[in-house]
Design a protein around this ligand. Structure first.
Ligand code: FCB
Length: 438
């Protein structure tokens, strides 16, 4: 088999600031909600923190050499708000600005496109103390932060991504409570959903103020769930979940309305829906696993996730590449003509350094092959998929899982901070160069 993608298909890899940078108290950075969450008991596996992570703050030059070696064409990373405006509002930290400008300049010099996410979950802690994303003031603060980023970095950025995974910021962090700030309140979640949608729109508007406009999009982790059986309750469960967990983000952005069926009171103010629904240049899709749902009236949502027969990753996430196809097909219909990118896809596996000094992560390669085959099929079927970012460039702090789960195509030895390119890294190199036969 040979996987052939269009010549102009963009190949990249992705990370996020808190997951790879480390240096949490250097360069004028102040704590984010994740620093504090990590310091609380029983929040993160093994009490791990992002203090050192993969130390990319000090080692980005070394990482860019590896990116070049693998032929990566784009690097998607996130800008840490607490490095740019450490208190969330107020003074701009020039050291933080310089850090990201240097990173961007080094990437450009290496011929690697700069894809910057404005918000990948590290909210300045001082804003959390004032209500975090539950408060509309945070949206205003985000607008100012986005303006600063656009003013300082637009010349060096190739693509902007406003927000990473609104679902995680709302549901996972404010209802399920697994991510910072670890709350469990539906009332809060409803507010956060609207504020995050609005924050996206405001950031997009800031990007549009520049004379040279760089493409802007958002990264959604969309759920297009399967119903466990053909019983009408299960089919209804899948339909409801699509509304509650995907359309609650996509409808306002793409169509300017919230799905009425939810009956939720979003804190909408006049003009909000116009800000939220400004046209975007592309849509980012993050995909890892599929969900299969059955009706369950014991749950507030009315459904629950059920086990499947599919193989799972080392994190117990069900591997089904057709789930990716369903997501692409669904969003392409919802947003006709808007270019799509897979802005994250990858898997955790129990990687070890073999006696030969290498990491033979065959299971990750198999995961990638399956998903890339489906991505290729999507293109052949006319879905406007323009690029793929593998998650992640390097092993990193996997949020509540700490360092237990490795997602990188580059291995990070957390003691020595030495990098080792895994077999999956060489696999990506071959795919990108167009010579991947398997
Ligand atoms: C996504 C996150 C990313 C990473 C992967 C495994 O939900 O965006 O930061 O943790 O999951």
């Amino acid at each position: 088999m040979k996987l052939e993608f269009p010549e102009d298909f963009l190949w990249g890899s992705a990370t996020a600031s808190y997951q790879v940078e480390g240096a949490t108290d250097e360069g004028g950075r102040k704590p984010s909600i994740w620093d504090v969450f990590c310091s609380e008991e029983n929040r993160v596996a093994n009490g791990d923190t992002g203090e050192i992570a993969a130390d990319q703050y000090h080692r980005y030059a070394e990482d860019i050499v590896i990116m070049r070696e693998l032929g990566l064409q784009a690097y998607r990373f996130s800008i840490a708000w607490p490095r740019i405006i450490p208190e969330g509002v107020g003074e701009v930290n020039e050291e933080g600005v310089t850090y990201y400008r240097n990173l961007m300049l080094a990437l450009r010099k290496a011929g690697i496109k700069v894809v910057a996410t404005l918000y990948h979950w590290d909210l300045p802690y001082s804003l959390e103390l004032r209500g975090g994303w539950r408060s509309r003031d945070t949206v205003e603060a985000f607008r100012t932060y986005a303006r600063v980023c656009v003013e300082r970095f637009n010349d060096l950025v190739d693509q902007w991504i406003t927000i990473n995974e609104p679902w995680c910021i709302s549901y996972l962090s404010h209802l399920i409570g697994e991510h910072a700030p670890g709350h469990q309140s539906l009332e809060e979640t409803v507010k956060v959903i609207h504020h995050i949608n609005l924050a996206h729109g405001m950031a997009l508007a800031e990007c549009r103020t520049q004379e040279i406009r760089k493409p802007v999009g958002i990264s959604w982790n969309l759920f297009v769930p399967r119903n466990a059986t053909r019983r009408s309750e299960d089919m209804e469960a899948a339909r409801k979940s699509l509304i509650r967990e995907s359309r609650v983000f996509t409808d306002p952005v793409l169509h300017g309305t919230y799905p009425s069926e939810l009956g939720w009171q979003f804190p909408i103010e006049p003009g909000d829906m116009d800000i939220i629904s400004q046209p975007m240049d592309f849509i980012g899709v993050n995909y890892y696993q599929e969900t299969v749902l059955a009706a369950d009236m014991q749950q507030e949502s009315g459904y629950r996730v059920v086990p499947t027969w599919q193989p799972t990753t080392s994190q117990n996430w069900a591997i089904n590449q057709y789930g990716l196809y369903r997501v692409l097909e669904w969003i392409a219909k919802e947003a006709p003509g808007i270019p799509l990118y897979i802005t994250e896809n990858g898997c955790a596996s129990d990687d070890v350094i073999d006696p030969d000094g290498r990491v033979h992560d065959r299971d990750r390669i198999e995961y990638l092959i399956k998903h890339l085959e489906v991505a290729k099929k999507a293109i052949d079927d006319g879905i406007p998929l323009k690029g793929y970012y593998q998650w992640s460039f390097i092993d990193n702090f996997e949020w509540a899982w700490g360092y237990e789960k490795r997602f990188g195509i580059v291995y990070c030895d957390y003691k020595s901070l030495q990098r080792i390119i895994k077999d999956s890294g060489y696999f990506m190199r071959d795919i990108i160069s167009g010579f991947c036969e398997y």
